[in-house]
Ligand binder design. Sequence first.
Ligand SMILES: Nc1ncnc2c1ncn2[C@@H]1O[C@H](COP(=O)(O)OP(=O)(O)OP(=O)(O)O)[C@@H](O)[C@H]1O
Length: 285
Amino acid sequence: MSDHDAIETPHDASADEPLGHALIEVRGLDVEFDGHVILSGITRSITRGQTVAVIGESGCGKTVFMKTLVALIKPTRGQISFDGADLNQLSPAELAQIRRRFGFVFQHAALFDSMNIFDNVAFPIRQNEPDTGEDEVRDRVRTHLLEVGLPEEVAAKFPAEISGGMQKRVGLARALVLKPELIVYDEPTTGLDPIMSDVINELILNTRRMYPVTSVVVTHDMHTARKVADRVMMFFPRRMLGEGQSQILFDGPPSGLEHADDRRVRQFVRGEAGDRIREMSRAMA
Ligand SMILES: Nc1ncnc2c1ncn2[C@@H]1O[C@H](COP(=O)(O)OP(=O)(O)OP(=O)(O)O)[C@@H](O)[C@H]1O
């Protein structure tokens, strides 16, 4: 393989897609912080029901991309639409309404330490559907805890009393109680042992089997990307690309990663440093 493929700019196929066939549409997205360009020229669409893994080296903008999809970050330029609604054009009330259709599974579970597990999972129901009776709240919490494999006794415990893997499962149960159409997972397996990581992978798959949910999974874990995703998008740091080069080096099924045309993709998925050591020492000189 020559070095040529390392500077190839893949064609952005989704830029040619007609509007209206996707749950999420991203057009010409740029995100900058204090003049630093993190994402530029991103145009992609995500079909309803798809599970997309977002991979790429640290700092390339995976989390920023995911947060812009769910309107936690406002793009510097470009358009993001969810189910036909342009997120930039929504009033705060409309945005709050649309966010109820999103579920968030955060890297460190982000549970409320002062609440027990039951109240943590019940929180989104009580917050967003205050008229729900306590019997229904109890049923829904119990159902979702069982779905993520947690026994009823866990409900009375506090986050500090359960393991990291259990906390992540509680985080998933909490994300599911409002029946979201889109779930975003931020590093769902980080910090877990291989077995517990696979439990989380299975739960992500199971969630997709049980609900018609669309999922975006930001991950460093190639096992997760290969196992749960039907589509993988690999980002590359903007600062390391030339003018006009696409920041998404790979966009396709996980089976295509190993033999991707772009050498940087193959190196990333195989965990090979390649030219990066030389580039890093050049940057430090
Ligand atoms: N709110 C913010 N304000 C300023 N800079 C930010 C903000 N959020 C992210 N960044 C910067 O944007 C860049 C991309 O961050 P991001 O968290 O998306 O990376 P990542 O690919 O998810 O990395 P990692 O895998 O290490 O989590 C980083 O340089 C980060 O410091």
